[in-house]
Design a protein around this ligand. Structure first.
Ligand code: CU
Length: 650
């Protein structure tokens, strides 16, 4: 293995210090100065940057600092960093909910309030370029010992087959002994369902869970037994049909709760719009774009803090609504890494996930067929118990159908992590994981970014849970898909553990943001500070001299279309890539993909051909890159690709 950058620097410094000792210079005070000076000299030298690239730290001015939990590249070329409450309960309480629009070409930024707490929601880009964010935080967790009022899940039932029922947030449920509990969210119940005829008619009540909390503090409101609860204020004829069933009301730890709200962000008007609610409340949901333009919505914690039991729904951008798919019931932990394969409707779950769920359920990687609902496990993963907080992504062009699973850690607050990289070749007749290289350090929360030269940047992360014990990995690597091997990249200055993200910019650089350490010191005594600096990586290809250029590009490209791309550098262009404008959060970047286009000659430029298979190119905004014979990419041009197999209107 090659020495890390810091080791290379130390070697240089050793030589300098040895010389200083010979000359009788006072070494100890000189050491740190020489070390730092030599380091700066080295990492800013042209030779170094040509080989390892370069990082630039951006200290965003105070009014524009956010706790970046989510990042998305928009079709405008700007980056939206979403904080919501930013994992700060005081911000949640005062509804100081933020997003920051950052323009990487000018460095300008603008704060845009968000209409609800999108902290830890799911996200993806829609075919028309809007960003969809679904779910987020309805309520912060309460740890053991911090719970003052007994609380629990109320299953609200509606036995009336003729009328839906909406119970507003704040609805009060009364126990058989007269204790009052208040619901923290609205409950919308459809009518009950009827089956059969006449006297054989069977009515099945509709039901929805809602979290309720005793109005009075103290143990008197604890009730460990199931009971039926009346709803305060309902007329008696309605109360016959609508009531609550509580399992137990306790003072135990309460997990985060998800919202059912969903919003889109329009990159043109730069405004948020509420769309229809999800069928389920979700915190830590995964949104996977599908080849037909719809969005598969899976997993999360529900409105009572429980892991969803496999309920799946699909968002349709034509109706702006979610519809449950009752036939899709596979159980996943939160933020499961689910990608669409090159067969429309056939999903692959790499086993990577982030957050919540039992050790024994939903952890196994597999193919999930959304046409049949079946799930087929994929064997061969190394360190299968270290997949929480792992990263996964298509590596190289998506046409090659090869995924990499990178790093990860044990479940929950486990100190264990791995540097394992395993590959999965979906083209194999019997797909199975095969061993790839190992990172120099174990890593949770690695940021993975596909670059236009087909390498993948792996950066950031920490060895222990949320950077505990000062374990942030200050290293970066470039994974080469042709050899399957790693090469060291320059070291980032900023450490990034939990709540971090990275995305490719149209100019070929990579923006990294966020990091939410549990502690700021190695002794784990000082509470952690959210990292608000942005750091941008310029890969080695930006230090090789002139870049090929794109003189013009069509605003849209269709599947199976051949288009001429005018360029003065046609003689040197070797490849063309469409890289999807992706979103990133919690190691779950399900919409990142690079599509290889066939390149041919054309007058005053090159011709490019878009693959016919829609499952390779889900509709939406992409960056078009021309790449020359040295692996140097042009600046990316934003183009819209689509529509899917079920055509979407303009
Ligand atoms: Cu989170």
């Amino acid at each position: 293995m090659r020495p890390s950058n810091s080791r290379r620097v130390r070697q240089v410094v050793l030589v300098v210090v040895a010389a200083a000792v010979l000359l009788g210079v006072n070494v100890p005070p000189a050491w740190s100065y020489i070390d730092e000076w030599r380091h700066e000299q080295l990492i800013n030298s042209p030779d170094y940057m040509r080989q390892y690239g370069h990082w630039d730290t951006i200290d965003v001015p105070e009014p524009s600092r956010v706790n970046a939990i989510h990042a998305a590249l928009l079709s405008s070329g700007k980056v939206l960093l979403i904080a919501g409450s930013g994992n700060k309960e005081d911000m949640f309480a005062t509804r100081a909910l933020k997003s920051l629009l950052y323009d990487p070409t000018t460095g300008q930024s603008r704060m845009i309030p968000v209409p609800d707490d999108m902290f830890c929601g799911g996200q993806t880009t829609l075919p028309d370029g809007r960003l969809l964010v679904a779910g987020g935080t309805q309520r912060y967790e309460r740890l053991d010992g911090a719970v003052t009022n007994a609380a629990g899940t109320m299953t609200v039932k509606n036995e009336d087959p003729n009328a839906p029922m909406v119970l507003p947030a704040g609805t009060v449920f009364v126990s058989p002994t007269g204790i009052r509990y208040r619901a923290d969210a609205e409950t919308a119940l459809p009518p009950a369902t009827k089956a059969g005829q006449g006297r054989r008619t069977q009515v099945t009540a509709s039901e929805k869970p809602v979290f309720v909390e005793a109005i009075d503090a103290g143990p008197a409101a604890v009730n460990e037994n199931p009971a039926q609860y009346q709803i305060e204020g309902l007329p008696s004829d309605v109360a016959r049909n609508v009531y609550g069933q509580g399992q137990r009301m306790t003072l135990r730890k309460q997990d985060y709760q998800g919202t059912n709200k969903a919003f889109t962000f329009d990159p043109v008007s730069e405004t948020w719009t509420r769309v229809s609610d999800m069928e389920f409340h979700r915190w830590y949901a995964t949104l996977t774009p599908m080849s037909d333009g719809r969005v598969l919505t899976t997993a999360g914690l529900d409105g009572t803090g429980e892991v969803l039991n496999g309920q799946t729904e699909i968002f349709d951008p034509r109706t702006n609504a979610f519809v449950e798919r009752k036939d899709l019931t596979h159980y996943f932990p939160t933020y499961p890494a689910i990608f669409e394969t090159d067969r429309a409707g056939r999903m692959v779950y790499t086993g990577a996930n982030a957050g919540y769920g039992p050790a024994e359920r939903g952890r196994e990687p597999g193919f999930w067929d959304t046409d049949t609902g079946t799930f087929a496990p994929i064997p061969g993963m190394r360190d299968p118990d270290l997949l929480e907080t792992a990263g996964s992504a298509f590596v190289g062009p998506v046409n090659d159908q090869r995924l990499a699973v990178v790093g990860g850690g044990g479940i929950g607050e486990s100190p264990r992590s791995t540097g394992r990289i395993d590959y999965l070749d979906l083209r194999d007749p019997a797909p199975h994981f095969t061993p790839g290289p190992t990172l120099p350090e174990g890593v949770r929360y690695p940021n993975l970014v596909d670059l236009p030269d087909d390498t993948m940047l792996i950066s950031g992360g920490s060895r222990d849970y949320r950077g505990k014990g000062g374990t942030n990995n200050h290293i970066a690597q470039l994974l080469h898909p042709d050899t399957g091997q790693l090469a060291p990249a320059a070291d980032p200055a900023v450490g990034r553990d939990y709540h971090t993200e990275a995305i490719l910019l149209p100019d070929g650089r990579v923006l990294t943001a966020g990091s939410d350490p549990l502690f700021d010191d190695e002794q784990n005594l000082v509470p952690g500070t959210f990292e608000q600096r942005i750091e941008i990586y310029s890969p080695p290809y930006l230090f090789q001299g002139a870049r090929p250029s794109i003189a013009d590009a069509p605003p849209t490209l269709a599947r199976d279309q051949t288009a001429t791309i005018p360029t003065p550098d046609a003689g040197h262009v070797r490849s063309a890539r469409l890289i999807k404008a992706s979103t990133a959060t919690h190691v779950t970047t399900t919409d990142m993909r690079s599509v290889a286009l066939d390149v041919g000659p054309a007058a005053n430029g090159v011709s490019v051909h878009v693959p016919k298979n829609p499952a390779l190119t889900p509709p939406g905004p992409y960056m078009l890159f021309l790449v020359d014979d040295r692996g140097v990419p042009s600046v990316g041009r934003m183009v819209s690709v689509g529509p899917g197999r079920r055509a979407l209107p303009d």
